[in-house]
Design a protein around this ligand. Structure first.
Ligand code: GLU
Length: 471
């Protein structure tokens, strides 16, 4: 029987969820869903000084928001310390580790000396051959040891699903710490034990972990565990080809969420980075992404994060979103922009959103598009004022307003009739005709189709706005 894949996302809760990590999660999730396997969430929170519960909570929210539902977990490493202790014991029994009493300063001095003599900085094994007495002496000085793994000269080779054959020389690697002096497991140690015990079949992560994989392979050998299949995907870069960071603008899932990027759009965009889909496909639903995803197809070279493209995709997703659904998603953003959504008629709001949704690139922009429909938010922009400074423009508006007063037709009939009348009386056409009406009606020079704006505003509200021109 072929084993169903088991993959994991293993973030360290030391900050906001970065889009790079979200993409790693997405790749794992798509891999699991594509193959009918399991997606496991593991929290790597053994670095107590940098981990925070608030980051963990954010992380769950961000993953749920993105729709990256996990099948198992969250498993927390901080709750598995006994397991790591047992495994340390196993390696001690096999004489594969030794306690190291070096202080931070001693290690740093050694590093500097190696760099000065143009040698590879690594641990040279100072504590490797300490006698029992020497160990005791250091312990009596109050030093608590870390534990180092004995690296034997060996060549580490593995086949990476994305990068092909990988080879590392063990010689360049010094004996590395697997358990810190505070008793906490180091990343490479805990990750191997967990991936083994959680029966992970495929480890999909960023290529920044490639050198760690060499160390992890040594630990797999030491324990006699079968290693998983590795796939190291490329990283995300800014337009300047530097690793994507705050310098480049928004980089966390939370920031994009606050901007009003839709989760589907962000997922789609992150999936496009690294081209793991059939060439030429750009807009894919979740189901299509899962179906089309291929790790092997994923590019080895780094992907450039292009926020404009994300916004372009987001606009498409907004446009394609069912209006009622969109309204629900927009409500928090409307509240934030000072609109009391409870007090707004739902049917009316749906109509308004239906009209302006093609203009939105993000949800957070809604306030500055919907304002034209609220008298207390309506105000003249400088551009609109300029248009209305011309006598001919004011004449157009005046004629329009006066026609409105003459008829009680529905807005749908009234608007074209009024426009026709203005055309005949003033000879204005095209921009000369519509711009002044738009400027007076909305206070702006851009916006949705005027007849529809009028239909929503209605005759009375319009006349109130145009009063100034008819006086
Ligand atoms: N906690 C590690 C990280 O966030 C996990 C790396 C891995 O997937 O093994 O980078």
């Amino acid at each position: 029987m072929i084993k169903k894949p088991r993959v994991r996302f293993a973030p360290s809760p030391t900050g906001e969820l970065h889009v790079g990590n979200a993409r790693t999660a997405l790749f794992n999730w798509m891999f699991a869903r594509h193959s009918g396997g399991k997606f496991i969430l593991r929290i790597e929170d053994t670095d107590e000084s940098r981990s925070a519960l608030s980051y963990q909570i954010n992380l769950y929210e961000d993953l749920k928001w993105l729709g990256l539902n996990w099948d198992e977990g969250p498993h927390k490493q901080s709750e598995r310390l006994d397991i790591y202790k047992e495994h340390l014991q196993k390696l001690i029994e096999k004489d594969l580790v030794y306690p190291c009493y070096c202080t931070e300063e001693e290690l740093e001095d050694e590093r500097q000396a190696l760099i000065l003599s143009k040698r590879m900085p690594r641990y040279m094994g100072k504590c490797k051959n300490l006698t029992a007495d020497e160990r005791k002496q250091r312990e009596n000085e109050g030093r608590s040891p870390s534990f180092r793994f004995k690296v034997h000269p060996q060549v580490i080779e593995f086949e990476d699903l994305i990068r092909g054959a990988m080879k590392f020389e063990g010689e360049a690697i010094g004996d590395f710490i697997i358990v810190r002096s505070n008793g906490m497991p180091a990343y490479n140690f805990a990750v191997v034990i967990d991936d083994h015990l959680m029966a992970i079949t495929n480890v999909i992560r960023g290529e920044d972990h490639l050198s760690n994989t060499a160390l992890q392979m040594m630990l797999y050998r030491a324990f006699g565990f079968e290693p998983p299949v590795f796939a190291h995907h490329s990283l995300i870069f800014g337009k300047d080809r530097a690793k994507l960071s705050k310098r480049h603008g928004s980089v966390s899932v939370g920031e994009f969420r606050k901007q009003g990027i839709l989760p589907e759009a962000l997922m789609n965009y992150l999936g496009l980075l690294g081209s793991s889909f059939t060439e030429g496909r750009e807009i894919l639903s979740r189901e299509e992404m899962i179906k089309d995803f291929s790790l092997e197809r994923s590019s080895k070279s780094g992907a450039i994060f292009d926020e404009e493209k994300l916004h372009w995709l987001n606009a498409i997703y907004i446009r394609n979103c069912k209006t009622e659904d969109l309204v629900a998603r927009l409500k928090p953003f409307l509240e934030q922009a000072g609109y009391k959504t409870d007090a707004i008629n739902t049917k009316w709001l749906n109509e308004v959103i239906e009209l302006i949704k093609t203009e939105l690139t993000t949800l957070a922009e809604v306030g500055s598009h919907i304002d034209i429909f609220f008298d207390d938010k309506y105000k003249m922009t400088t551009e609109a004022k300029e248009i209305l400074e011309k006598d001919s423009a004011r004449q157009v508006v005046k004629t329009f307003a006066e026609y409105l007063k003459t008829s009680d037709d529905t807005p749908q009939k009234l608007y074209p009739a009024a426009i026709k009348d203005v055309k005949e009386k003033t000879n204005a056409k095209g921009k000369e005709l519509f711009m002044p009406i738009r400027a007076a009606l909305t206070g702006k020079v851009h916006g949705p189709e005027l007849d529809k704006v009028f239909a929503i505003l209605g005759k009375d509200a319009t006349l109130k706005r145009l009063k100034y021109f008819t006086a």
